[in-house]
Design a binder for this molecule. Structure first.
Ligand code: BEZ
Length: 249
């Protein structure tokens, strides 16, 4: 996660969003980190996946906008740096940049792509997965309707590109895409829509009194729960992923 203005509570994150790291395993396989490599985990969150990268024996650095999540990663014994993913401070240092479920938080996508390209050594790779075009459309719609019913407007806050747009963006920054796939990944929410909104909705909400916030979130949760599919009693979020592998020229 990498939105400096977003306040992440590590305990909320662990409770409502543990599945985020669980879904990252195929991306680790795609990264296939080697022991001699130096890897940047961009948007490392609380370090659960970073630790799995480190287990390959490589030198991995976590990077995240949230001081609280960076502290959680450091408690796992990982190297982790707090900073803005839109202003990466690295220069030709990494064999690979890895990023799971984070790039959609960084809405200055050109600055992020430039920073990734700068951070990679020539020939280095980007292996990333994040929300793509159409991601969480039903949840966003429910939140928008709940805000409108309270006389409020949603804040634009996420970047969900198409495969074509993202490939073109990377090319503009000297990164050649060898794989870019947009695919639906229906995702059961272990703590329901209300839990998901607790962990993630704040950036979409304008300033409002706490009792209004609670009322908006309750209305959005019940609208979304009535529209989403269900599996084993859990609402299934309409996640769409963009998975990408690209090389620095
Ligand atoms: C996602 O992983 O797609 C996501 C998570 C939280 C907010 C928006 C998108």
């Amino acid at each position: 996660m990498n939105r400096p203005s977003q306040h992440w509570r590590a305990d909320d994150y662990a409770r409502h969003a543990r599945f985020v790291a669980d879904y990252g395993t195929p991306l680790l396989d795609l990264l296939a980190a080697q022991a001699h490599e130096r890897v940047l985990d961009l948007g490392c969150g609380d370090g659960v996946l970073t630790r799995q990268i480190a287990a390959c024996g490589c030198d991995v650095v976590g990077f995240d906008g949230s001081a609280e999540l960076v502290a959680a990663a450091a408690r796992l014994g990982l190297k982790a740096i707090q900073g803005d993913g839109q202003q990466l401070p690295f220069n030709q240092e990494f064999d690979a940049v890895f990023s799971n479920a984070a790039l959609h938080w960084m809405t200055d996508e050109a600055a992020v792509a430039a920073g990734i390209a700068r951070a990679l050594k020539p020939g280095g790779r980007l292996v990333a997965e994040f929300g793509g075009h159409g991601n969480i459309a039903l949840i966003q719609q429910a939140l928008t309707e709940a805000l409108t019913a309270h006389g409020l407007a949603p804040q634009p806050c996420w970047y969900f590109p198409t495969a074509e747009a993202y490939t073109a963006l990377l090319a503009q920054h000297g990164l050649q895409t060898v794989h870019c796939q947009l695919f639906p990944r229906p995702t059961p929410l272990p703590t329901g829509v209300a839990g998901w909104l607790t962990a993630f909705a704040d950036p979409m909400l304008p300033a409002m009194p706490e009792h209004t916030r609670q009322s908006v979130l309750q209305a959005a949760a019940s609208l979304a729960e009535s529209r989403l599919a269900r599996e084993n009693g859990l609402p299934v979020a309409d996640y769409v992923r963009l998975r990408v592998v690209a090389f620095k020229q």
